[in-house]
Design a protein around this ligand. Sequence first.
Ligand SMILES: *Cc1c(COP(=O)(O)O)cnc(C)c1O
Length: 391
Amino acid sequence: MKNTNPSDGGSRIRVPLLDVVNGNRPLRDEILEAITQVVDSGWFLHGPDCRQLEADVARHCDVSSAISCASGSDALLLAIMALGIGPGDEVILPSFTFFATASCIWRVGARPVFVDIDPETYNLKPDCVEAAITRATRAIIPVHLFGQCAEMDRIVQIAESHDLFVIEDAAQAIGAGYQQRPAGAWGTVGCFSFYPTKNLGGMGDGGMLTTNDSDLADRLRLYASHGMKPRYYHQVVGINSRLDSMQAAALRVKMKHLDAWNQQRGDNAARYGQLLKQAGLDSWVTLPKVADHQDHVWNQYTIRVPDGHRDKLRVFLAEADIGTEIYYPVPLHLQECFQSLGYHSGSLPETEAASKEVLSLPIFPELCAAQQEAVVRAIGQYRQQSARSAA
Ligand SMILES: *Cc1c(COP(=O)(O)O)cnc(C)c1O
């Protein structure tokens, strides 16, 4: 018997956190054809697809140059290296982010200076940035977390008045904008990732840098190719970081759909908002806030769950076949590897509170209304059950 009605009492609807196979399926033939052409050309690195993807991203981000590399993590490291940041330098960044935002700083011997976030947007707070500036500060790395830009007008203003570089970690924010200007076009340099869970995800690793400074673009390319120019003459000690042509070919096929997918993510976010309000759950969990002048691209839909319920709700949802994730359970300033920096619990109160309460729900473009209803229904069931057991 075929049972396709998800609201039918007997069937249970599965809601994965992410569904990349389903997402790629409509493009399968086109992607395979693009990859086949690379196979047949024998041009596996720096092929025409890499150059073309760079041009596509540069146009999309409204910058003069885009430089491909092997991952978002490498993009950040290359930015730091090409800007000459090293021992004795400090770089200001949020602690509420993925590890790669900080490891690039550490790796070159500079010091990560973690600052607190705005509890509503989870993005670093310009006032905290300003307060953390010292004579050793060289750069600020704002992260456009979950697909929403940091307050870039103020951050750029602060950077300019203190002569600092701005490195945008836009790994989660391709296609996002603030005050009509795209992510990746605000700072000295922008860093993007094509990790499969990002809004433009490859079939493996990949990354991209954006800049309006053509000299910096040349330096980024130099550092990404062992500092070698011309061949076998090394001007600086760089790394080997290349996007391969097969990734670029697949990404070019997918890039044509990026705006539509971002739109679908936005529609899904709006629907979660309606459903959670209809169920009266918006007075219990905190819904994500979209700040003024933001074009949010919803890499994540992240709610806050109060009073120690977050982890229990997550288990409850998992038992109902609903995937969720915690971005991020341990802020970077409290990670074991950064102990020597001297932070402790209590150093960044908003960051630490967020890490205990955030929960990201499935938001991928192909998510359907019935799946979203199932998610909200399950949250409601947990709420009722926990209220009963408290009574
Ligand atoms: C994914 C991500 C990165 C790293 O990108 P990779 O391509 O996985 O190396 C860096 N910063 C943030 C905020 C990310 O989400």
